[in-house]
Ligand binder design. Structure first.
Ligand code: NAI
Ligand code: MG
Length: 501
């Protein structure tokens, strides 16, 4: 066992025991080939720790454990008891939130205050929210006349494979585990290879809360190996995925062989519309948060700002000022840091590549536009918050998801043009509209092609409210009551009370 943990001291001085194995059947095990993933601190590019990476054989073992739990103790447990275990888990997360936030800041690079007050608050809130639903998922009785009693049973799907990204390592796990566990499924969850650490500490809490072995299995592993094995596995009934649209497409293809139930939450290029009659100061503040928080690594980031002609120049002036004053780049463990490093070298280079593209396509670079080297000894994946203006709709930077502190701003003359620009995208995840005219606000909300619309805000998602996209931003919904739909079947039972042959 001792070789499946390592003693670590985080940059903020916090000491803890980091598990490094695969969590299957409530036990820590090695991967079948002994291959490892090394996690890097994006702030200074140092190695943090290496953890075991699952192979297809390990996925088989996890699926077997999940199936046994589903058919055994978990399936037999009452929904109220399931909810109690989830409450216990949420309490343990609350108790350990500083440690978990520390690990995510170290591994992902997000500011500590964000990890603690946003990510961990979301994890605790989401697990608790779905704990409450565990014994409130009911079927229906459907009246078709006196000759029949017809009713439905909301039954779990079985073994669910969940594949999550690195931008919110624990919150994405909570969004997926919450509804799956509340409705009586068992889970094999694979976290992202860029952020493999916090979820393993979380796994210890699953065991401590008292979940029966096999209910929640947690693997690290490479997408193309472990993720692909999950997407194709005949023993997995459902795949829930959050990540890039390209990988989402791959998963859909792989899942088609066994016709798995799927939910996909993929990319976006979400528009934010500012009309002449908006509260300019509020529009500026929210649109800054909407793209620059979490280093711009948010699937719903409002990364295309569209501003009406009459206030375009004023908006740009104020937005630039907001970026320069608020987006303080620095060590994510410093209290005054707003923006830490990008999660990996690959993401950092990707953002820099889009900066070059913006310049060569002729957009106006209003601020930023370079690597940021003034943190510590000049290492780390930091990028200056970047704003391009006068962006045209045929430019690559207007069309493609960048996933960084990078925003494009364009102008429009009227509502019709605003909607045409907003909807000129293959994506349809988030969107936002700023206006004081309530009629216009609701009309635009109806006509915008997106799964979510924020009126006079951006990114204030909530675990009680459905989340998901249209077009190539995904399939299905997570969170809220809608999140339960993704994890249950409605079985119809017909009872003949009087049709005698
Ligand atoms: P990705 O979509 O490749 O990775 C997300 C998850 O999918 C990870 O757990 C990964 O291991 C897994 N995965 C990768 N390939 C797989 C495969 N063939 N089969 C099964 N699972 C697989 O995203 P990546 O490469 O980390 O980031 C690239 C871009 O994706 C980002 O720049 C961003 O534009 C977008 N992205 C969007 C996210 C969102 O929240 N919608 C989150 C992360 C990335
Ligand atoms: Mg890392």
């Amino acid at each position: 066992m001792s070789d499946l943990t390592v003693e670590l001291t985080a940059p903020n001085g916090r000491k803890y025991t980091q598990p490094t194995g695969l969590f299957i059947n409530n036990e820590w095990v090695v991967s079948s080939k002994g291959n490892k993933i090394t996690s890097i601190n994006p702030t200074d590019e140092s190695e943090i720790a290496s953890v075991h990476a699952a192979e297809p054989e390990d996925v088989d073992k996890a699926v077997e454990a999940a199936r046994a739990a589903f058919k055994g103790p978990w399936g037999e447990m009452s929904p109220t008891e399931r909810g109690d275990l989830m409450y216990k888990l949420s309490e343990l997360i609350e108790k350990n939130k500083e440690l978990l936030a520390t690990i995510d800041t170290w591994d992902n690079g997000k500011p500590y205050s964000v990890a603690l007050n946003e990510d961990l608050a979301e994890v605790v809130g989401c697990i608790k929210y779905y704990a409450g639903y565990a014994d409130k998922v009911h079927g229906q009785v459907i009246d078709t006349g006196p000759a029949k009693l017809a009713y439905t049973i909301r039954e779990p799907l079985g073994v669910c494979g969940q594949i999550i990204p690195w931008n919110y390592p624990l919150a994405m796990a909570a969004w997926k585990l919450g509804p799956a566990i509340a409705t009586g499924n068992t889970v094999v969850l694979k976290s992202a290879e860029q952020t493999p650490l916090s979820i393993l500490v979380f796994a210890n809490l699953v065991k401590e809360a008292g979940f029966p072995p096999g209910v929640i299995n947690i693997l690290n592993g490479h997408g193309r190996i472990a993720g692909a094995a999950m997407a194709q596995h005949p023993g997995i009934d459902k795949i829930a995925f959050t990540g890039s649209t390209a990988t989402g497409r791959e998963i859909m293809k792989m899942a088609s062989a066994t016709m798995k139930n799927i939910t996909l939450e993929t990319g976006g290029k979400s528009p934010l519309l500012v009309f002449d009659d908006a509260d300019l100061e509020q529009a500026v503040r929210w649109s800054h948060v909407g793209i620059m928080s979490n280093m711009g690594q948010i699937c719903t980031a409002t990364s295309r700002i569209l501003v009406q002609d009459g206030i375009y120049d004023k908006f740009i002036e104020a937005f630039k000022k907001q970026v320069q004053e608020v987006s303080k780049v620095g060590d994510p463990f410093s209290d005054d840091t707003f923006q830490g490093p990008q999660v990996t070298k690959a993401q950092y280079e990707r953002v820099l590549g889009y900066i070059e593209s913006g310049k060569s396509e002729g957009a106006t670079l209003a601020t930023g536009g370079e690597a940021y080297k003034n943190v510590g000894e000049g290492k780390g994946f930091f990028v200056s918050p970047t704003v391009f203006t006068n962006v045209k709709e045929d430019m690559k930077i207007f069309r493609e998801e960048v996933f960084g502190p990078f925003v494009v701003i364009a102008s429009f003359k009227d509502e019709e043009e605003a909607l045409a620009l907003a909807n000129n995208t293959t994506y349809g995840l988030g969107s936002a509209v700023f206006t004081k005219d309530i009629v216009k606000a609701h009309r635009v909300a109806r006509n915008i092609e997106a799964g979510m619309v924020w009126i006079n805000s951006s990114q204030d998602s909530d675990f009680r409210i459905p989340f998901g996209g249209v077009k190539q931003s995904g399939i299905g919904r997570e969170l809220g009551e809608a999140g339960l739909e993704a994890y249950t079947n409605k079985k119809a039972v017909h009872v003949n009370l009087g049709t005698w042959l």
